[in-house]
Design a protein around this ligand. Structure first.
Ligand code: NAP
Length: 338
């Protein structure tokens, strides 16, 4: 039984706690904390976990073997660094940290520690349809991948959602996914601004991102965050011999009134629920069997932050922005992300 401490009992923190207490085996939530003590105390009472009054005291708690960080992004660095200092595995929701400099500090701390402790919550790598797509690519039957077309569409977004969040909050998932899918780094980013969707008011929506991959392949990512009809994630790889795309995700097809239709997920929780379950199951199983984590690494979190920053600069300037990564520590070999 793996004993986990959870920092941050907001929306996704509570969902991961539900996952670890009601869905998955081999894990228990030993302690929780949040800046909002009342919420953390009520979650603790509900789950039977201990309440701790700070992230640091939770991390050093002897009953906590592994840490899950679900607090607000700007707090991630301090908790991930504290977990590394304590030598405890830490699952950190994305982003690893809000700046590439902070992500690099985490990379350096983990490299100095000498073994992997950090996993970042890029859950698309655990989604069955993305895994099936990667398996097709791995057969080599498509030939070399030349392009990938992606779409990341939300029905609507909250009022605080600003222009850059389409890159830093939404497309950052495609940034991680495509590095993993292609097994190579993104080397440059451009951002085009199509005609504006009137549903978004002043928001620059949609956007079209272009990623140049190290191999020369090109990936385009449409972000549309006011598309009204639902939450729709698309991906199609164009290879030398054929194409492969994410399949329909609807478990049902409705034929009614002379029309056939597939329901579209309402939001990301519905679309990626299985991915989150698999992500946590594999993290827990890996820690229980070997004490090691093998999912998206601190280096992956850092690389996503650098590409995301390049995207923000490209959005602001309209220029093609090269992606410049620091030297990768040996800890994160092999050469290509896996
Ligand atoms: P949320 O509902 O606002 O939850 C964040 C929680 O952390 C809040 O309860 C917040 O308290 C608390 N918190 C803030 N500072 C803290 C501190 N110093 N110590 C302990 N707790 C602290 O946000 P969320 O939607 O759950 O998002 C949390 C993280 O998960 C974000 O990094 C987000 O990007 C990530 N996320 C990832 C995915 C994914 O697809 N992988 C999806 C959703 C969210 P207050 O509300 O009182 O500030």
């Amino acid at each position: 039984m793996l004993s986990v401490g959870v920092i941050g009992t907001g929306m996704i923190g509570r969902d991961h706690i539900r996952r670890m207490t009601s869905v998955l085996a081999g894990v228990r939530v030993a302690a929780v904390t949040d800046v909002d003590f009342d919420v953390a105390r009520s979650v603790a009472a509900f789950t039977g976990a201990a309440f701790r009054d700070s992230g640091e005291s939770l991390i050093t708690d002897a009953s906590v073997e592994a840490v899950v960080v679900c607090s607000w992004g700007p707090t991630h660095e301090q908790y991930v660094l504290a977990a590394i200092a304590a030598g405890k595995p830490v699952f950190c929701e994305k982003p690893l940290a809000p700046s590439q400099e902070a992500c690099l500090r985490i990379v350096e701390a983990e490299a100095a520690h000498g073994s992997r402790l950090v996993q970042v919550g890029y859950m698309r790598r655990y989604d069955p349809s993305y895994r099936a797509l990667k398996a097709v690519l791995a057969t080599g039957e498509l030939g070399a991948p030349l392009m990938m077309h992606c779409a990341h569409r939300n029905a609507s977004v909250p009022g605080f959602y600003g222009n850059e969040m389409a890159i830093t909050d939404s497309a950052v998932h495609e940034i991680d996914m495509v590095r993993w899918m292609f097994g190579e780094e993104i080397t440059a980013v451009q951002v085009l601004r199509p005609r504006r969707n009137s549903h978004g008011g002043e928001l620059q929506d949609p956007l079209m991102l272009l990623f140049e991959m190290a191999s020369g392949a090109i990936v385009d990512v449409e972000t549309s965050v006011n598309i009204r009809y639902g939450y729709d994630i698309r991906g199609e790889i164009v290879g030398e011999n054929g194409t492969a795309s994410l399949g329909s995700l609807s478990p049902v097809r409705v034929r009614l009134g002379g029309k056939a239709s597939d329901p579209v997920p309402a939001d990301w929780q519905e679309r990626f629920q299985t991915a989150y379950d698999v992500e946590f199951r594999e993290w827990i199983d890996a820690l229980r069997s070997s004490g090691r984590t093998s999912g998206p690494s601190a280096w992956d979190g850092y690389a996503a932050a650098v590409v995301s920053d390049a995207g923000v600069t490209a959005l602001r300037t309209g220029e093609r922005v090269p992606v410049v990564l620091a030297e990768r520590p040996e800890l994160y070999a092999p050469e290509t992300p896996t």
